[in-house]
Design a binder for this molecule. Structure first.
Ligand SMILES: C[S@@+](CC[C@H](N)C(=O)[O-])C[C@H]1O[C@@H](n2cnc3c(N)ncnc32)[C@H](O)[C@@H]1O
Length: 298
């Protein structure tokens, strides 16, 4: 179970983040005149033209900004905002510093902050990660989660992190070695590629990863196989597009500056992928940003 306090803290942090990006978007439109002007990166400018960011958003933004939220996401938000100006010039402008390979050192800082920090605590609570001998796989583990979950799991359990960025993997391995967490393994790999399970796991974590994959179906199939269709999958997303369609349109304008971003997942889409596995499962949402799936056999 997740405490209501943590669930609310996560929502508040993501609402604050959205409020801040609304404000940034308002000034971006004002400063660049993107709605009336032409820019070299035509397709990015066109996306902004479709988005209605006018004076009316200010009141909503200020309301969200007055929430008593964890504000440590501001550095990531400012980098997204800064990148949006350079993206009008070229989609791969060198001043866009958001890549999981090129800018892993920056992601290593951001991943230690909210909303990722709070989502980790929430996931650990939901999956009761500190319980005895738990075996956990973390899809798109990044550089911070392996030490966090590894420490909570303890030496009787097992944690395997999988990440496609060699830079993130190398930071994660270094941190794990420093902390001497021998029960933590980090593998470089793509979570969409077919995984042949070497052992059965109890929990699969998909935290802020589904927006970067082409096939959620492939990821859910891998999760099911690793659990032998008996265990828990926990999905965290900054936005589920069917739960918060308004948030999705603006946040996608910023997140698409992160190399590899596809689109925010929808809960309904994930459930369709789970149906396609033919397995029995139950699901529940914990607030607006967490989906918990319990497989119960095939
Ligand atoms: C926003 S970070 C989230 C990291 C971690 N899950 C957390 O919550 O702190 C997304 C991570 O997913 C990884 N990633 C993206 N696409 C991937 C894929 N197809 N297979 C494996 N990892 C992937 C990136 O390299 C990055 O480390």
């Amino acid at each position: 179970m997740i405490s209501l306090k943590l669930e609310r803290e996560l929502e508040k942090c993501l609402d604050f983040m959205y409020g801040y990006m609304l404000l940034k978007a308002y000034f971006f439109v004002l400063r660049t005149g993107v709605i009336q002007s032409e820019y070299p990166n035509h397709s990015y400018a066109e996306e902004w033209k479709k988005c209605s960011v006018d004076k009316n958003v200010l009141e909503h933004a200020l309301k969200l900004l007055s929430l008593n939220a964890d504000v440590s996401c501001l550095d990531l938000c400012d980098t997204l905002d800064r990148a949006s100006y350079f993206a009008l010039i070229h989609p791969n402008h060198p001043n866009i510093t958001l890549g999981f390979i090129k800018d892993a050192d920056l992601w290593n800082i951001w991943l230690a902050e909210s909303p990722f920090r709070i989502s980790r605590e929430a996931i650990a609570e939901i999956a009761d990660i500190g319980s005895d001998k738990l075996k956990v796989v973390d899809f798109g583990c990044g550089s911070v989660s392996p030490v966090y979950y590894g420490s909570v799991i303890g030496s009787k359990g097992l944690y395997t992190g999988v990440d496609s960025s060699h830079s993130m993997v190398s930071i994660a391995r270094h941190r794990v070695k420093t902390e001497r967490l021998d029960w933590v393994n980090i593998k470089k790999g793509n979570v969409e590629s077919k995984i042949i399970p070497a052992r059965k796991y109890d929990v699969v974590i998909c935290s802020s990863i589904l927006q970067y994959v082409d096939s959620i179906q492939a990821v859910m199939r891998n999760a099911g196989e690793l659990l032998d269709y008996d265990g828990t999958v926990i999905v965290f997303s900054e936005v589920f597009r069917d739960l918060e369609p308004d948030k999705e349109s603006l946040m996608s304008l910023y997140y698409r500056l992160i190399p590899g971003f596809r689109r925010f997942p929808a809960v309904s889409e994930i459930l369709e992928c789970l149906d396609a596995t033919g397995a029995n499962y139950r699901y529940r949402t914990a607030g607006r940003n967490l989906l918990v799936v319990e497989f119960g056999g095939r």
